[in-house]
Design a protein around this ligand. Structure first.
Ligand code: ADP
Length: 533
């Protein structure tokens, strides 16, 4: 017997309309270059409807696709909703990827229209000869700021809005239809596409934003630091209208002093970002004796945050770290740790990526996909399944993405506690296999970062004739320190056989397109003899 509830598909258009109807006056602040535009959800929704009505005339409907190569702005936000509300798919290309990979993802997806902004137009001009299928470039700008360009088929985005219908009625779609496409950053092989559907995207935002997740409400102001092209901007474009939170869209700029000013001036309460962003912010506040205004929680994901960073924010600024684990294939987050300010073990809780959000599950397995115990000790291959976990890659049936019983292979090595708390040991490809045992590069990096003279640390494997692999520690120092001092410090924190065989110091560590340490670049540097211990 079926229940008698109505069918109410979970669609992104309904998220935006919820924001417009219930939180219409809540600000959406867009800071691009030197200009600040203050809109609200009512205006953003009207612009998204206008855009959608024009896009429909241009032929966008289910089974069509377009791309964006753009930073976080109100126009990009409108495009998210305007395109997906028609049942069409938006591929958010990542401007931080190497040029060859940007072209690969756009050509692979195979559409003819690319939305760009004033800060990506030069990049688009450089790439255009290689974007073999793109015939039309829509510049997300006002008519009066449209630049001269030799790109073909240029259209001004605001013209699409002004010729559209702000009362356009969204079509009712099947909630399982695709809406957004993001590619992995392809550190090994070509980037692979995760094609999200409406249902999973909405459920992930509901679950992630709720109580034991980000704990969002209309009292919050969120700064959208992760690019919309990185796991849908960690669901921030949906959190705003869903929870009635103020949204601040910082465009291209990511320098610490400027982000800090925005956080304080705009009364930001909740800030997502990779640890590199938050480490720099912590140093900046300490160095200049600054406060963080209303900021009370940061969301750290994408890579393990150093324990010293979590502690610094908590003890010195009263800011909690909400730490999550996720990947492009999990829409945004899959697990999250939620520590209340009164928990006696709050710091330890914040140091783990927590437990699965309702709507998905995790397990660890051996090389043959046999389940391993959740004993907090046994490491295994992490797998996930759920309403917003990828069931395969976009047009890549050749990739063995899921197990026979439907679990996504994540490529991470993890342990799981009896209470289901996840601990990421390492990415399978970063683990150091020494004498048949595993050394976690992440744990070593974290231990190194606890030394006051270490600003950032990276550990990669180097080949060893007897042990197969040994750790090489590369340190970005903030004060003078010797390798011997670092080894003595590490010896207090990790087993003796984990101590790095080599330690080198650098002026800068390389980061990838999503702000994580680029270990492939470090491996190249080592192979080329550029890093001298
Ligand atoms: P890419 O694979 O392109 O770097 P993703 O954002 O998809 O981009 O990266 C996902 C990976 O990031 C995960 O597989 C995991 O290795 C790592 N990761 C994400 N969150 C955490 C975390 N909290 N702790 C440790 N590693 C993490």
């Amino acid at each position: 017997m079926f229940g008698l509830n109505q069918d109410f598909p979970l669609l992104l258009s309904s998220v935006l309309e919820h924001g417009a109807a219930n939180f219409g006056d809540v600000p959406v602040v867009c800071v691009s270059r030197d200009e600040t535009t203050r809109l609200n959800y009512r205006i953003v929704a009207a612009r998204a409807r206008s855009l959608a009505s024009t896009l429909r005339h241009l032929g966008y409907a289910p089974d069509t696709m377009a791309g964006s190569l753009a930073w976080n702005s109100h126009r990009h936000l409108e495009l998210f909703y305007g395109m997906t509300g028609l049942g069409a798919v938006l591929h958010t290309a990542n401007p931080r990827l190497p040029a060859a990979q940007i072209c690969y993802t756009i050509n692979f997806a195979g559409y003819d229209t690319l939305f760009i902004d004033l800060d990506t137009i030069q990049l688009a001009e450089t790439l255009a000869p290689r974007l073999t299928k793109v015939r039309r470039y829509i510049v997300m700008a006002a008519r009066e700021t449209m630049p001269a360009t030799n790109l073909p088929g240029v259209i001004c985005y605001d013209d699409l809005i002004s010729s559209g219908d702000p009362d356009f009625a969204w079509p009712e779609l099947d909630e399982r239809m695709a809406c957004l496409l993001c590619f992995t950053s392809g550190t090994t092989g070509d980037p692979k596409g995760a094609l999200y559907n409406h249902r999973g995207t909405v459920l992930s935002a509901m679950s992630t934003g709720a109580g034991n997740g980000w704990g969002l409400s209309a009292d919050d102001a969120i700064i959208a630091i992760p690019g919309f092209f990185h796991c849908n901007g960690w669901a921030v474009p949906f959190f705003g209208p869903m929870y009635g939170a103020k949204l601040v869209l910082p465009g291209r700029r990511a320098d610490t002093a400027w982000l800090h000013r925005l956080i304080v001036e705009e009364g930001i309460t909740a800030g997502p970002g990779v640890p590199t962003i938050w480490l720099a912010m912590l140093d900046h506040c300490r160095a200049h004796g600054l406060s963080l205004g209303r900021l009370n929680r940061i969301y750290s994901g994408g890579t393990a945050p150093p324990a010293a960073m979590i502690e610094g924010y908590f003890r010195e600024f009263g800011v909690r770290t909400i730490h999550g684990w996720g990947m492009t294939e999990t829409t945004s987050g899959a697990t999250i740790s939620f520590a209340t300010a009164t928990m006696t073990d709050a710091l330890a809780v914040m140091g783990t990526p927590g437990k699965p959000l309702f709507g998905n599950e995790i397990r660890i397995v051996d090389d043959n996909d046999n389940r391993l115990p959740r004993d907090g000790d046994t490491p295994g291959h992490l797998q996930a399944r759920g309403a917003w976990i990828a069931g395969g890659y976009f047009q890549r049936p050749d990739v063995d993405a899921v197990t026979a019983d439907g679990w996504l292979r994540t490529g991470d090595v993890a342990t799981i506690d009896p209470d289901n708390t996840l601990h990421i040991v390492d990415r399978a490809k970063d683990v150091i296999k020494s004498g048949g045992e595993w050394i976690s590069s992440q744990t070593l990096e974290d231990a190194a970062c606890r030394h006051p003279a270490v600003a950032e640390a990276a550990v990669v494997a180097i080949p060893h004739p007897r042990w197969q692999e040994r750790p090489f520690l590369i340190v970005l120092p903030r004060a003078a320190v010797t390798p011997e001092e670092l080894r003595a410090h590490l010896a207090e924190l990790v087993p003796k056989w984990w101590l790095p065989d080599a330690i080198a110091f650098v002026d800068e560590l390389p980061h990838g397109p999503t702000g994580k340490l680029a270990k492939n670049v470090l491996r190249d540097w080592i192979a080329q003899g550029k890093l001298i211990p």
